[in-house]
Write a protein that binds this ligand. Structure first.
Ligand SMILES: [Mn+2]
Length: 355
């Protein structure tokens, strides 16, 4: 595996490339062109400029998170082909610039959903948290309003204000889309992009829905092993793979994470590894990465990745806000650096104990 950190780009991220370079063992970044809209073509010039900026800092691009999918593709509207053509052009440009990993998601309307961005933990750190009770009593159109005050002024990925301004329209668009329709639209999309992925050896790594169940009655399909296997079988190509996000699949306690990892051998192209602390089955908060701080056995998760001979990029995921840092919730420097260091320590111990 290669240890990486997500980076949103100069002007969008409070963390600098220089800081990332100083985290021991982190050699790459997972990045994006944060100011592009879903459906837009990423030009080769902009991709190259991003690459050059990152390599000047002594790091490299290990993958893209994300190239977002336009709603027309997820809904399957008659104009979707135009947006898929644009997506293919973006993939082509990434491939020509020697980038071979793209993370994306297929979630309707909302990207990840949390009900709090700054829940205070006993140690005084603040974390993202989810409680089903809050969702059940919330008008989905007010979701964005209810959390944006805690965002430290950051634009949250998937929660861009321009997008949230059209929330009612978005819900209308998806009103006839159920799980089956969403699967069919995903299949259509994957079938069209696989030739360009084959040509440039681009691994597509779908990110799970987060939380891994239906929220506000919207369909959600990338939630468990059965559905991932269905997705991989319906377009059976090694480039059609997954981002194994422990914190997202782990929201559903029926998902046994190490077992899932072993079952997905060869098709996990990217891993997000983090911990969650459950207070009940439908109330959880994003704990520190350390096993004893949360509900997951992080050793078992890393061991499973080792056992499948995982070679792709891995990154710590949402960190706690600690040491008075002010940053995008989940994406500060300090706790993610601790996370990376901890995961590297587990990995070293696993490797040496297997010799
Ligand atoms: Mn994730």
């Amino acid at each position: 595996m290669e240890m990486t950190l997500r980076w949103f780009g100069t002007g969008f991220d409070t963390v600098t490339l220089k800081q990332i370079r100083q985290i021991p063992g982190v050699t790459g970044v997972i990045t994006t062109l944060y100011d592009t809209e879903p459906g837009e073509v990423w030009s080769r010039e902009r991709i190259r400029a991003l690459k050059e900026e990152i390599s000047a800092s002594g790091l490299h691009i290990s993958g893209i998170e994300s190239v977002n999918i336009h709603d027309a593709i997820k809904v399957g509207t008659p104009d979707r082909d135009k947006y898929i053509d644009n997506y293919i052009e973006t993939l082509e440009n990434l491939g020509k610039e020697d980038i071979h990993l793209v993370c994306y998601n297929f979630m309707p309307v909302f990207d990840w959903t949390r009900t709090e961005l700054a829940r205070v933990r006993p140690d005084g750190s603040t974390v993202l948290a989810y409680t089903q009770k809050a969702i059940d009593s919330l008008d989905p159109e007010k979701m964005f309003e209810s959390i944006k005050g805690d965002a430290n002024g950051a634009i949250l990925p998937g929660w861009e204000p321009e997008r949230m301004a059209k929330i009612k329209e978005l819900f209308d668009m998806y009103k006839d889309v159920d799980d089956e329709k969403l699967f069919a639209n995903l299949k259509y999309f994957l079938e069209r992009i696989m030739p360009v992925c084959d040509k440039y050896d681009i691994n597509m790594a779908i990110h799970p829905d987060d939380p891994a169940w239906s929220v506000f009655g919207l369909p959600r399909i990338i939630i468990n092993l059965e559905n991932i296997q269905r997705m991989m079988k319906m377009v059976d190509n090694p480039h059609n793979g997954v981002t194994f996000c422990a914190g997202s699949y782990g929201t559903n306690r029926k998902n046994d994470l190490p077992t899932m990892i072993r079952a997905l051998k060869g098709r996990i192209h990217f891993a997000h590894v983090r911990n969650l602390k459950f207070n009940s089955d439908d109330d959880f908060e994003e704990a520190a990465h350390l096993s004893s701080d949360g509900s997951f056995d992080m050793y078992e998760i890393m061991k499973a990745l080792y056992d499948i001979d995982f070679k792709g990029p891995i990154r710590p995921d949402h960190g706690r806000m600690i040491w008075d840092e002010v940053a995008m919730p989940g994406y500060g420097l300090y706790d993610r650096a601790l996370g990376a260091t901890y995961l590297n320590g587990l990995w070293e111990a696993i490797c040496k104990s297997q010799r």
